[in-house]
Design a protein around this ligand. Sequence first.
Ligand code: NOJ
Length: 628
Amino acid sequence: MRAYGHSSRIRKEDLGSNNSTFEHVGAIVPTTAMMSATKSSYPDPQWWKEAVVYQIYPASFQSHPGSTSGWGSIKGITLRLDYLKSLGIDVVWSSPICQSPQADMGYDISDYKQIDPHYGTLNDVDELLGELNKRGMKLMMDLVVNHTSNQHPWFLESCGSRQSPKRDWYIWQKPRSFRSDGTPEPPNNWAQILGEANSAWNYDEKSKEFYLALFTPEQPDLNWENADVRAAIWDVMHFWMKRGAAGFRMDVINLISKVPGYPDAEETLGPGHKYHPGLKYFVNGPRLHEYLREIHREVLSKYDTITVGEMPGVSDETEILMTVGSNSGELRMIFIFDLVDIDKPNVRMALKPWDVKEMKGIITRWQRVMIENNGWNSVFIENHDNPRSVSRYTDDSDEWRFKGAKLLALMQITLGGTLFIYQGEEIGIRNAPSTWPIEEFKDIETINYWKKCNDLYADDEDQMALGRKIIDMKARDHARTPMQWAPVENAGFCDPGVKPWMRVMDDFKTINVERQVKGNDTDELSVWQFWQTALLYRKEHADVFVYGDFQELSTQDPKTYVYHRESQNGERWLVVLNFSRNEVEWIMPEDVEIDFWLCGNYTKGHVEKPTRHVVSLQAWEGILGRCK
Ligand code: NOJ
């Protein structure tokens, strides 16, 4: 990709009081021709490319009337289908609903063909599928097959005896050594992903070997080297496809192949840490692509599917294109983590500084990579493993949260790829407040992390404060608070008098679906109304926003993200997003003239702004215009 030269934006506060804007606009104003790489081919249209996917976290989405569990349910999802349809959703992806002891909120499955009683029954799923179908919508299942629950009959059989016929279904290794007191040492130094103070290996007293469980001890990794394991997984996939699912989100699918011999990880966490992230030895491991092609051959090729592989820890273009290139014969798309890991050093529960330029760089990179190489993007900035986007990428204060949430919506609806919205993002739910006592945080990762802080730093006030800050900024719990439906008890998530499994956010009386669907403001759309309108624009102009070319016009600029999208027939739209609290002016390239500004996050309808030369934006303002 070519670099575009100089910054074409000037901040108001950068101007001295006697300076006119014109003087500062100064020298060269580039033309878009100077900035463009040519685009030769456009992607083939497909339903799964244009689909808007909505991720449901079933525990927190909607309980059904009469339920006393305080958990969301499948019946609850069915009750909300009209809501989702009216927002503009085509595909519902629910995080796991299969039978599970819930050590990791369903990402530990003990029966792939049964529904967890918290959520309902197979009949409820059939009813959900029928109701989705009536509305022209589809269901994507969460396929968790890197590991099972330690309560899965396969593991119960594998455990306990080296002679078990299912022994080889999991990854077993002898102790590396024994301490003087006879305690066995794990085969290597890999840390648990959801509790980095602990080993990823767990000792089975009975059979005197360790099993590998990368996430928690309750989630033993399956041994994909074993062909019977793979066949059992194909069987599970056929089961759900035949029942009516449209496809799968595949949990950490790039971790299924481990480097043989399980080498020690580099000691990246530094002294004082016994265990270290072993990613290098299991992220996109040696047999990954072989397995993904087998999945395609044995299962996916037999149906018309939507598939998205969760692939943390990889940003190598060649590797990624092997999976999502149009002729890859692997998956339709993957989740690339560069953006949601922007503040991650080597483990998730930590902080790294970042800036808007870096954020823009990541988005632009993947837009261009897929365009230039015939691959396909997923567009997402939230999910159940990340803090809320409005808190993370913009300003979630009462003053700015709505502008920020709509700015992010505008960015996403104008990016190429399949769009994923996470529950609550459509009303701008923000992170839980730092005043919440630690007991309100329920996620196993947060619990392990806080325990580690207490074990290591109980007497160190600064370290403990940092630990709490990391929880306030990064905990997965922020995305898991109950959905805010209405200004009534329990926010309408579950019946009055029932205690929700997790605390409802304190702001539910002002931030809720009921209020935002109605829209109380005469001058502005609510976040929900903005999403709804913007999704219509995206669909109406899919040739531009889903499939079109993408060129960034603001690479050197520290705060403003500007890009244009262009359809195959030359229709071009300009997106100008101010990712700062300052007012800014953006100097348009000489050859750009706007026909009309279609929408923005400050107004209800068309935006009144200059159509040439210089356009100014208020704090966190974003606008979308069609070019002449
Ligand atoms: C990724 C899932 O999104 C996360 O919630 C889970 O903890 C791990 N995979 C393990 O399944």
